[in-house]
Design a binder for this molecule. Structure first.
Ligand SMILES: [Zn+2]
Length: 421
């Protein structure tokens, strides 16, 4: 489940945009623009503009903080000492450069021979959210009856553990980005109080209430406590996971496991949703406001020049097809401009999320199942099982098992078709 902006959040963010211009995102670092020069002559001008138009930018026309010339792209850095950096394109007569990266494409793997089909592939599984005692704070705790509950962070970890075991038997090397219902970040919510206060002040709320105790509805968003917790579990936590992925794990791909939800209203009296659906996300569809932040712009260009999308899109298409088949869920359709449909794959969209932007390798986000769909909720309460069990007088499979099967089948299909035999 990925937080959709409420009306109040959208208002807050709109208020934030002008003051954040020429800055970095909250908890983001000023980029090392010089490191982008390692991508000189890595892409031709047509590779670059095609990827920009078809994947990375929202499909609207707007002035961009870069200029594309015949020989390269000149990007505004926001650094007064070195205000622009130019990355030259590969010319038609020169070979393209191949800057170093830690991940391998399927086509670069050693020949498989008669070894298990996922041999040599390092797969990181990132179970979405934290779960455990953090589920309520994360607003990912759902209970329709006393004594029972599901939490997205716990379901994603359970799915990750079962998936990891299956992938290992197929020869893959697997690492969980989080293997316990505890945070990866070393920070605490209280460490983010100053960021919370500053954010609220910049949004036009100079004297915010401290605690949300006793406050109902969206007014909670305007408290220091709610904002500090959000920076902890949604921003600092993802930065910590990105450090682990990029500096320690260095995998060939990351699978980010989530369960989706439709708005369930007040957590103490949740509502069922009549719909159930699935979708997958890859990185892209950056908005003008997002690209005004130096770190976001730098991260987009790093992904684009690393050609991550060339591996990410066909891999995601194979996984979307197999997950649709294993779960039987219909595709979700976005009605907001923050997601770009990928042609010929109704379950697949490009979207700019913190995790799929910061992890420097192919990243596939999975968003199957509506947790507050009544039948899905009842199935998820039972956890994981293999085969079919009787629920409400009909034999049903485990959504977690169907989720795992979908990913395993998609990976087998993709690597069988794309790695050397
Ligand atoms: Zn989620």
């Amino acid at each position: 489940m990925i937080m959709r902006f409420s009306r109040l959040t959208a208002l807050c963010l709109l208020a934030l945009v002008p003051s954040l211009r020429a800055q970095t995102t909250p908890l983001g670092s000023p980029p090392d623009w010089n490191s982008l020069t390692t991508y000189a002559r890595a892409l031709s001008d047509s590779d670059f503009t095609d990827a920009l138009k078809s994947i990375y930018l929202e499909p609207t026309h707007y002035p961009t903080p870069w200029i594309i010339g015949p020989d390269g792209v000149k990007i505004q850095t926001g650094d007064p000492v070195n205000p622009t950096v130019t990355i030259p394109f590969a010319s038609r007569i020169q070979a393209k450069t191949s800057p170093p990266r830690f991940w391998s494409r399927a086509s670069e793997l050693p020949p498989l021979g008669d070894r298990p089909p996922l041999s040599d592939i390092h797969i990181a599984i990132d179970p979405g959210h934290i779960g455990g005692s953090y589920g309520v704070m994360e607003e990912r705790h759902l209970s329709f009856n006393p004594g029972e509950a599901i939490q997205e962070g716990d379901l994603s970890l359970l799915t990750a553990r079962i998936l990891a075991a299956r992938l290992k038997t197929l020869g893959a090397y697997v690492t969980l980005v989080r293997d316990q219902p505890t945070p990866v970040t070393k920070t605490k919510p209280s460490d983010h109080r100053l960021t919370a206060i500053e954010t609220l002040k910049q949004s036009g709320f100079p004297n915010p209430t401290d605690s949300y105790q006793g406050i109902q509805g969206e007014a909670k968003l305007l408290t220091i406590q709610w904002q500090s917790e959000k920076f902890f579990y949604r921003v600092a936590e993802i930065h910590a996971r990105a450090d682990r992925v990029n500096q320690e794990i260095k995998p060939d791909l990351v699978l980010c496991l989530h369960f989706n939800a439709e708005s369930w209203g007040d957590a103490t009296a949740p509502q069922y949703s009549p719909v159930n659906h699935a979708h997958l996300l890859i990185n892209g569809c950056y908005s003008p406001a997002e690209l005004a932040n130096h770190d976001t712009r730098f991260e987009m260009f790093t992904r684009l020049f690393s050609r991550i999308h060339e591996e990410e899109i066909p891999l995601a298409k194979a996984l979307a097809t197999s997950l649709a088949a294993s779960t039987g869920l219909p595709p979700y359709t976005y009605t907001t401009p923050n997601a770009l449909p990928i042609p010929d794959s109704p379950y697949l969209f490009a979207r700019n999320l913190l995790a799929n932007r910061l992890y420097r390798c192919p990243v596939i986000f999975f968003e199957p199942y509506i947790m507050n769909h009544k039948q899905t909720y009842q199935r998820l309460l039972l956890g994981h099982w293999v085969g079919r069990t009787l629920i409400d007088e009909s034999l049903q499979s485990s959504p977690i098992e169907d989720y795992v099967q979908g990913i395993v089948n998609g990976l087998l299909t993709y690597y069988k078709a794309n790695r050397p035999a």
